[in-house]
Write a protein of this length. Structure first.
Length: 129
């Protein structure tokens, strides 16, 4: 009986620990495809916008300290919404059509023009061509 109690107690302690480990999973490299919105995981992700110019992206970051690169392809209206954690959101792709929203956490927004930065960017880095 005592042994059984030990096993149960151990399980009670271990299960949440394992669950926590699973939640703090490694971030992923996410290449957005033609399914919108493109969403991140709860880990520290690196999220890349869809390949090709003139593709309007909608990217939702979720948790973790993420890096969003929507700066590779231009002439598109990219809308990025950050999650918790300090994210780095880059929409400096040469057009002034995008929106970078940081969400909670001290986010860095890299933009072509000030108006591309949403209200929740802790710091705004305006790139000049
Ligand atoms: Ca882009
Ligand atoms: Ca753009
Ligand atoms: Ca831009």
């Amino acid at each position: 009986m005592r042994k059984l109690m030990m096993v149960v107690a151990l399980a009670v302690v271990l299960v949440p620990l394992l669950a926590a480990a699973a939640l703090a999973a490694e971030g992923q490299l996410i290449q957005c495809r033609n399914v919108l919105p493109c969403t991140g995981s709860m880990g520290d992700d690196k999220i890349l916008e869809r390949i090709g110019d003139e593709k309007d992206d909608r990217i939702i970051v979720r948790g973790g300290r993420d890096l969003v690169l929507a700066n590779k392809y231009t002439a598109d209206t990219d809308v990025v919404s950050g999650g918790g954690g300090s994210d780095r959101i880059n929409v400096a792709d040469g057009d002034k059509l995008d929106t970078a929203n940081g969400g909670n956490g001290g986010d860095i927004c890299i933009v072509d023009a000030r108006r591309e930065a949403g209200t929740s960017c802790a710091s705004v880095d305006v790139q000049r061509p």
